[in-house]
Design a protein around this ligand. Structure first.
Ligand SMILES: O=C(O)CCC(=O)C(=O)O
Ligand SMILES: [Fe+2]
Length: 218
């Protein structure tokens, strides 16, 4: 099938210093990752956060892990308690932590121990504008990002907002890792095109694993 041909042709690729595209590397875990997302979202529901400027994200989000990323009128930050439920975020599953560590390792980062996993849910038309992931102190740790469900176009720029942007089509099971000198590179997701995936329907899910506090701090 054309689909299979497309998959076999896509190869591991360096996107920049410390940045790697690992196509299909989470495909074996696709179904279990999606099932676990549903369990997590049943406990800490998906929600559309407000930007500090008072707008709403088009992406719905939740988290698991000891910390969760949050945004409202007071700014972007990590919270140890889910502001929506008043409870701890759901645990980051051990299999997820192990997978994130293995993927980081494959991209050249040893001993990655994520504290937070941000779960993004894209409906058709949802997007994420160019931004840097810069709310973490642990800038020595990479971001490990897994795509699930319908395809999306990943935009990967440079350290300046105006740097040229590469467009990388991401399929379910694809992984991108960026760290080292690419850790603060601008990136985003183009508006999601209507599509269907057998496991997620019209949705795209994205998991980003992050170390927030420096490795030697609690
Ligand atoms: O959805 C994606 O692939 C990227 C998500 C992202 O950049 C973020 O959550 O900071
Ligand atoms: Fe990001």
């Amino acid at each position: 099938m054309m689909d299979d041909l497309f998959k076999t042709i896509r190869q591991t690729e360096t996107l920049g210093p410390g940045a790697a595209f690992l196509p299909g590397r989470a495909l074996d875990q696709e179904r279990s990752l999606i099932e676990t997302i549903e369990t997590i979202a049943a406990f800490s529901p998906l929600r559309r956060l407000q930007t500090p400027g008072g707008r709403q994200f088009s992406v719905r989000m939740t988290n698991c892990g000891e910390l969760g990323w949050h945004s409202d009128r007071s700014g972007y930050r990590y919270e140890s308690v889910d502001p929506l439920t008043g409870k701890d975020w759901p645990d980051l599953p051990q299999e997820w932590a192990r997978l994130a560590r293995d993927l980081a390792q494959e991209a050249g980062f040893d001993g990655f121990t994520p504290q937070a996993c941000l779960i993004n849910c894209y409906e058709p038309g949802a997007r994420m504008g160019l931004h840097q992931d810069r709310d973490e102190e642990a800038l020595e740790s990479p971001i490990v990002s897994i795509s699930l469900g319908v395809p999306a176009l990943f935009l990967f720029g440079g350290v300046a907002r105006t740097d040229a942007v590469r467009k990388i089509p991401l399929l379910s099971g694809d992984v991108v890792v960026w760290g080292g000198r690419s850790r603060l590179f601008y990136h985003g997701i183009a508006p999601l095109k209507p599509d269907m995936h057998p496991l997620t329907g019209a949705l795209r899910w994205n998991l980003t694993f992050r170390r927030v506090r420096a490795q030697d701090s609690p």
